[in-house]
Design a protein around this ligand. Structure first.
Ligand code: ZN
Length: 141
């Protein structure tokens, strides 16, 4: 198996052409990519909510923590009844048991990625897990 898989989702503004799930979990503008990537330790979704749009339900997880990376726009994330304003550059981690929802601002779309991983599964930090590989960097191989 190759050490790399790549998937190009296209411009973030075109995420509205993707639809996730069936009612009541049906949502336009949500694209899960872990299967497309063959990811084994993370689930990742790319998301775009139009201005005024949001999830009309609450949810939590059994084992996965979620990290929301806001790419563009503004909105808010509701966690255990607490509203957290978010905007481009915001990074929010929610423990599995946190009861959550997300919405765009009424006057701004919200574009974000959500990364799920099993809470407590990180066995070391990035610098500790990586190692330098000797040799020149040759592009285009
Ligand atoms: Zn979730």
């Amino acid at each position: 198996m190759s050490a790399v898989t790549a998937f190009h989702a296209g411009p973030w503004v075109q995420l509205q052409s993707h639809v996730f799930g069936k009612p009541p979990l049906h949502k336009q503008g949500k694209l899960f990519v872990a299967d497309r990537l063959g990811a084994t330790g993370t689930e990742i979704s790319l998301n775009r909510l139009e201005a005024g749009d949001g999830y009309p339900f609450l949810h939590r997880h059994h084992a996965h923590e979620e990290v929301y990376l806001v790419i563009d726009g503004r909105g808010e994330i509701l966690v255990d009844g607490r509203s957290i304003p978010v905007a481009a550059g915001s990074v929010v981690r929610i423990a599995p048991e946190g009861v959550r929802s997300i919405r765009a601002a009424t006057d701004s779309p919200l574009t974000y990625a959500c990364i799920q991983a099993v809470a407590g599964s990180l066995i070391s930090r990035t610098v500790e897990d990586g190692e330098l590989v000797p040799g020149p960097v040759v592009w285009g191989a």
